[in-house]
Design a protein around this ligand. Structure first.
Ligand code: F6R
Length: 250
């Protein structure tokens, strides 16, 4: 694992955007795995800025989002599809047909999970997967104790995830109890992983992910086994790590 500690959430986001941009410039047909939530927001906004400045072309990029809530359709302002359009896709020249997000209101959810895996395979696999991390160490919506061998599947959201994500809804009751999520195996199959974390409330999960034992109770710990992971943190999320400021903070 390569760990980059930055001074601020803004610098974390700029760093992540630069890595993603360099990959898109190198491989215009990049297959990009994307996350939602508050952590990657500014990264998306940085990428939009680069697009507006004529630096980036998304026309041949394919995207696969990590997850979507079960029961919310694309027009729901709480759905991840809505988030992605509003925060990123509506402002870049991505081909809408190359955007992939699990369909949360599919009649047959199991079929939908299989369809999603097939689509990833057909696209040639994920080149770069962007991740956030939950306070309980989840990546995607792979909650504590999930099997490391799972592909895209339907998940029951953890109590803590429901609590944490209630901030995006009008009330806790509105938070869906289920989601479709890429599995740990899907994430581990991607060629490169970039995990972002900011804020003190992520510090413990980050510490366990990096120094802890590989343990299904802290799902992100499995990333220790991935050959190409870059973790980009702000200094609050890195506050429980040992590092020398002169060398690590940028
Ligand atoms: C989002 C996702 C989740 C989030 C995690 C952190 O698509 O899969 O794993 O990355 O819950 O969420 P934030 O960034 O809101 O703290």
């Amino acid at each position: 694992m390569k760990v980059i500690v930055t001074k601020s959430k803004e610098m974390m986001s700029i760093n992540a955007a630069h890595i993603l941009a360099s990959k898109i410039m190198e491989y215009p047909h990049l297959v990009l795995g994307l996350a939602t939530g508050s952590t990657p927001l500014c990264t998306y906004h940085e990428l939009i800025k680069m697009y507006n400045n004529g630096i980036l072309d998304f026309s041949r990029v394919t995207t696969f989002n990590l997850d979507e809530y079960v029961g919310l359709d694309d027009s729901s302002p709480y759905s991840y599809r809505f988030y992605m359009q509003k925060e990123f896709f509506d402002y870049i020249n991505i081909n809408q047909k190359k955007i992939n997000i699990p369909y949360g209101i599919a009649e047959d959810l199991t079929e939908e999970t299989k369809r999603y895996e097939k689509a990833i395979k057909k696209a040639g696999g994920i080149d770069v997967q962007l991740l956030g991390i939950g306070r309980n160490g989840h990546i995607g919506f792979n909650e504590p104790k999930s099997n490391f061998e799972t592909l895209t599947h339907v998940v029951e959201l953890d109590k803590q995830t429901i609590e944490d994500n209630a901030r995006f809804f009008d009330s806790r009751q509105q938070v869906p109890r289920k989601a479709i999520s890429m599995g740990i195996k899907t994430i581990m199959n991607s060629r490169k992983v970039i995990l972002l974390a900011s804020g003190e409330n992520k510090a413990e999960a980050v510490k366990k992910m990096i120094y802890g034992k590989i343990d299904p109770n802290l799902q992100a710990s499995v990333l220790q086994l991935h050959p190409d992971v870059t973790v980009i943190l702000d200094k609050e999320a890195a506050s429980q790590l040992k590092y020398t400021e002169e060398n690590w903070i940028i």
